[in-house]
Design a protein around this ligand. Sequence first.
Ligand code: ATP
Ligand code: ATP
Ligand code: MG
Ligand code: MG
Ligand code: MG
Ligand code: MG
Ligand code: MG
Length: 270
Amino acid sequence: RAPMAKSKFEYVRDFEADDTCLPNCWVVTRLDGRNFHRFAEQHGFSKPNDDRALHLMTKCAQTVMQELEDIVMAYGQSDEYSFVFKKKSNWFKRRASKFMTHVVSQFASSYVFYWKDYFKDQPLLYPPGFDGRVVLYPSNQNLKDYLSWRQADCHINNLYNTVFWMLVQRSGLTPVQAQDRLQGTLAGDKNEILFSEFNINYNNEPLIYRKGTVLIWQKVKEVTTKRIKLPKETEEKEVEVTRTRSKAVPLHCDIIGDQFWEDYPEILAD
Ligand code: ATP
Ligand code: ATP
Ligand code: MG
Ligand code: MG
Ligand code: MG
Ligand code: MG
Ligand code: MG
C-alpha cells in the first residue's frame, strides 16, 4: 500500500463521531426487514409462516457468523435476526457503525445471493432492505433478558398469527373480522379457540415457529474425499478425510429458561 500522505484536507476526519462500544459489554446487533409485510405479500409467503423465508433468513445469519469475526450466537424470528458479539471483541476497535454495517450488508447481500436456493424459480421482484441497530448489554443477565424478550415476542406474535390465519383460512372470516374476534383476548383464549374450533394443540405446532431459531457454534465432523498422490505410486487415489470444523448450527429451543444456558455454558464464557 502507498504511504498515507497528509493533505490539508485531513482535518475533516475529526468530524467523524466516536462510536466505540463501551468495553466489557455484550454488543448486540439486530436487523429487521424493511416493510416485509409488503415483501411477504408480493412474494406470496405462505401464512402465518413461510418455511422458505425462515430458512433463507437462517442461511443469511449463518453466512454472517461465518464471514465476520467474534459472533458467539444469533437469534432469529420473522424478518429479524440478532447477533451477539463477544464481550471482549476488539473487531474494528469496537466501532458500532462497523459492527452494524458489516452485519446488515453481509446479511442483505446473502439474502439476494441465496434467494434462488430457497425460492427456486420464483423471482425476486425487487431488492430487499434491512435496518440495523446496536445495543450494549453490560451484564449476562441483561443479555439473557434481551434474548428472552425477542423469543417472547416470537411466541406472542406466532400465537396471534396462528389463530388469526386459521380464522381467515378455515373459517372464512375477513381479516377485519378475525382481528375483531381476537381483540382483547388473552393467550389462554387464543389457545382455547385453536383447540375447540380447529382441534389444534398450540404446543404441538412446530418449534421453529414457536421458538424461532438460535444459532450456536458446534464442532461437526465433515467427511470429504480428496484426490491425493501417494509417494510411491503413480496414480492419484480417492481417499476419505475426516476433519472437524466449527459450524453455526440452528436450534429451535427455549432460551428463556435456565436450561439452555446450563447446556451451553461456553456461550457466556469469555
Ligand atoms: P477494508 O475492509 O479495510 O476496507 P479493503 O481491502 O477494502 O479493506 P480499502 O482501503 O477499502 O481496503 O481499499 C479498497 C481496495 O480495493 C483498493 O486498494 C483496491 O485494491 C481495490 N479496488 C477497489 N475498487 C477498485 C477498482 N475499481 N479497480 C481496482 N481495484 C479496486
Ligand atoms: P418495518 O419496516 O417497520 O420492519 P415490516 O412490515 O417489516 O415493517 P415487521 O414488524 O418487521 O413489519 O413484521 C414483519 C412482517 O413480515 C410480518 O408481519 C409478516 O407479515 C412478514 N413475514 C416475515 N417473515 C415471514 C415468514 N417467514 N412467513 C410469513 N410472513 C413473514
Ligand atoms: Mg475503501
Ligand atoms: Mg419494525
Ligand atoms: Mg420488518
Ligand atoms: Mg420484524
Ligand atoms: Mg474497503
